[in-house]
Design a protein around this ligand. Structure first.
Ligand code: NAI
Length: 344
């Protein structure tokens, strides 16, 4: 029996987390979900969109899964998602991006993982106005955070049998901040015996670096060339949406926020206010996040059952949500997944 904190979130959050819970139950895992609201809906009652008792509950359970939470644009409270990552020091954001047979996309066989530094960069929230004339946001990159994220990326690359570990940066322009990120990346890779390769050399595992603009182009042109990409916060945010576009869209891509003590799993996408309440959101991303969570807690059989069910539903292509070219609702999709799991 596992106790897991669940934050359904807002927008499509309640719809997709309900679907996820149903599928995890069908896979046979006993979970006590400890559910909490966060965001706009609790602001008045608690004076904050992320009340302390939620943080305490996650610290106690060491594990949470959350739906998306809306962040007001240009004003209002700061992102609950960013606050949660900072508060729990969830320093690594892991985003595996893989193609499923049957899902229309520009490429087959994409298997890329983006590892995004999750605690600093332009997300540190250090910004101010200079009168009405200008705004300044400070980009903070520290050696300890670069060391931790690169070490995580080295371990991930080795453990998962990948070959290429690439740092993404803009150190040609931001020589001090991204320059530090790149220097530390090279040091930590050397310490882990993940060396650069020379032309024509074939190595089992190697490291290299790509400037972020070139990375964006190459990810679109030749995504199959990449394995694991590690990068500062902002580039990770942008490039993971780009990569989601390569495998069927935002409804597909899961993520794990990993810290030393806790882990919080969530879809990459946001609260999709345009389709909220219509019952048509694609719950795959949060269901895939639950697969990552189940593997994290050692429930490998259940994780495999759900993953196989997703493979089957996409291969058959009969029950698909609107974003994937189908006409099924969130509920019909999750019911079909449960049926496949039951019959497996
Ligand atoms: P979004 O990811 O919510 O939506 C972008 C596009 O993808 C929209 O067309 C939406 O309909 C579609 N989409 C997203 N998820 C989908 C799904 N599961 N099924 C079908 N279609 C889906 O991004 P947007 O519009 O930039 O952000 C909306 C709100 O979400 C903002 O307040 C933003 O701050 C917040 N957000 C929250 C995140 C989190 O809680 N981790 C992450 C990203 C954004």
């Amino acid at each position: 029996m596992h106790k897991i904190t669940l934050i359904p979130g807002d927008g499509i959050g309640t719809e997709i987390t309900a679907a996820m819970k149903k599928v995890v139950k069908e896979a046979g895992v006993d979970i006590i979900w400890e559910e909490f609201d966060a965001g706009e809906s609790v602001l008045e009652e608690y004076g904050t969109p992320l009340p302390k008792h939620i943080i305490e509950n996650i610290r106690e359970n060491k594990l949470a899964i959350k739906g998306p939470i809306t962040t007001p644009v240009g004003k209002g409270f700061r992102s609950v998602n960013v606050a949660l990552r900072k508060e729990l020091n969830l320093y690594a954001n892991v985003r595996p991006i893989k193609t499923f047979e049957g899902i229309k996309s520009r490429y087959d066989n994409i298997d890329i993982t983006i590892i995004r530094e999750n605690t600093e960069d332009l997300y540190s929230g250090v910004e101010h106005k200079i009168g009405d004339y200008a705004g300044e946001s400070i980009k903070i990159i520290t050696r300890p955070a670069c060391e931790k994220i690169t070490q995580f990326a080295c371990d991930y690359t080795k453990t998962n049998g990948y070959k290429r570990l690439s740092a993404v940066h803009k150190a040609n322009i931001m020589k001090i901040s991204d320059g530090l990120f790149l220097d530390v990346f090279n040091e930590v890779c050397e310490n882990n015996k993940i060396y650069r390769k020379n032309a024509n050399e074939d190595k089992d595992i190697y490291s290299d670096d790509v400037i972020v603009d070139a990375a964006a182009m190459n990810l679109v042109l030749n995504p199959e060339d990449f394995d694991v990409l590690v990068m500062p916060n902002l580039y990770g945010d942008i490039l993971s949406d780009l990569c989601a576009g390569l495998v069927g869209g935002l409804g597909m891509v899961p993520s794990a926020n990993i810290g030393e003590d806790c882990a919080v799993f969530e879809a990459v996408h946001g609260s999709a206010p345009q389709i909220a309440g219509k019952g048509i959101a694609n719950p795959t991303a949060i269901i895939q996040s639950s697969i990552m969570m189940l593997r994290h807690i050692g429930e490998h059989d259940a994780a495999m059952k759900i993953e196989n069910a997703l493979r089957t539903i996409f291969k058959e292509g009969k029950v698909l949500t609107v974003d994937l070219g189908g006409d099924s609702s969130t509920e019909e999709f999750s019911n079909e997944l449960c049926k496949i799991i039951r019959n497996s």
